[in-house]
Design a protein around this ligand. Sequence first.
Ligand SMILES: [Zn+2]
Length: 257
Amino acid sequence: MHALISLKFVLFPQGLALLAWLVVAVVSRWTQYKRDRQLHAQLTQELSYYGRLNHRHQRQFRDRVRAVVEDKEFIGRSIEVTPAMQNSLAASLVQLTFGLHLTTLAHFTRIIVYPDRYRSRIGQSDHVGEVNPGLRTIVVSWKRFCEDNHVTDDGRNLGLHEMAHALWFEDRTGNADLIRLDKRLMARWRELAKVEAARIHAGNSSLFRDYAGTNQEEFFAVAVEYFFEQPAEFRQALPELYATMAGLLKQDPANGV
Ligand SMILES: [Zn+2]
């Protein structure tokens, strides 16, 4: 009898602790699961690109979105950047880099969001987005970001455009976060972009809007927009440039890959 009482005293607190631990583990697992389902529902609704992925790739996509959200500081200027908005912004970065090894484009530590157009320090003019490698920031107008995401086939996408600038600069930082883009393909890309920019300047663009002719950084960012929004037209109009971009980004949206 004496031995049994002692055993109860020893086991009962341990049993309680174990039960508490189990409850915490189950609740935390359930919360994680619920959040994951919410993210899945949001991405399915907002991003046709995500909807075309198989289940395994969708899971990887969500993991990457979480990694980007974790990595960045989101700053709203006269706007609250909600968790759902953070997911949407991160999803643009993930879409662009999904064919590459996991990267959060870590050089860029902050994403600044304005409700609409804003006055930029660069050039003191109204902007809808920019990337500033010196300040390590990506800046977007939320209104334009949403409008462009809503229309998926007009070759315009602010989120992808700004993330493409970030990728372009990140590739030059030598940051271990990004395994560098293929040098040989990049050299070929520059040659092809130069030829196409000359055609834009001459008023004979095959596809891209004139803004692509500004410089090679802008050409890359605009080309990324067309690559994801009008891949079939891009491939048909500029097959070698399309193939080079597909090689660089390791994605082929014209083939649904
Ligand atoms: Zn730009």
